[in-house]
Design a protein around this ligand. Sequence first.
Ligand code: ATP
Ligand code: MG
Length: 220
Amino acid sequence: MSGKLIVIEGLDGSGKATQAEALVRHLTERGERVRKVSFPDYESDSSALVKMYLRGEFGSKPDDVNAYAASSFYAVDRYASFKKDWADFYNGGGIVVADRYTTSNAVHQCSKLPREQWEAFLNWLFHYEYDLLGIPAPDRVIYLQVDPAVSQRLMTGRYHGDESKKDIHEHDLDYLNRSRAAAEYCAAALGWDTVDCTRNGVMRTVEDIGTDVLALAQRS
Ligand SMILES: Nc1ncnc2c1ncn2[C@@H]1O[C@H](COP(=O)(O)OP(=O)(O)OP(=O)(O)O)[C@@H](O)[C@H]1O
Ligand SMILES: [Mg+2]
């Protein structure tokens, strides 16, 4: 009896951590056995290569590390987390809510490749992580769609206006725009559930978005 894996996906600063936490709270209140995981797992040594990459040790631009290499850094971090932390809970029937997952590689690494290579890349990615590494495939992916101008404001707010705190992804607006195109492509092509988090150029409230997220999660 394997459990359920619900992934909260979205571009940088779209509210993934906030909604993953809210969803765990809502499901717990309803008596479900549920826990949250988040990626990258910065607390673990398994994220060492991700940290080196995001700090720019392999090059100051995201494009300096190709989609397959960068994806591998993130994939092994997920493998380590699954093996050490949540395999037993999941295999025992628990519900796991993930703040980012393999789907983040889809969003952030597709954008490094020409569009005609996206399908082949995605096939490779999911085969690699779910079939070869053997970590679970999600039962549902909930994509938090946020107007890019709004998410940039949220992120600048989080760093209290200090632009130097942003990592190499967050700094590169062109890259972020390409990631947005990739995210919309993935949401459509892979059957992700999209929650529109903005109304008239402003963010909906956490509670309001959370209601939609819970409704989708309960359909899984
Ligand atoms: N609906 C909302 N309205 C206003 N602010 C929000 C909302 N959701 C999240 N925030 C705030 O926006 C910021 C980014 O949210 P959060 O950390 O949850 O996003 P994230 O997608 O996990 O970000 P990252 O991609 O950087 O990990 C936080 O400061 C959070 O408190
Ligand atoms: Mg986050």
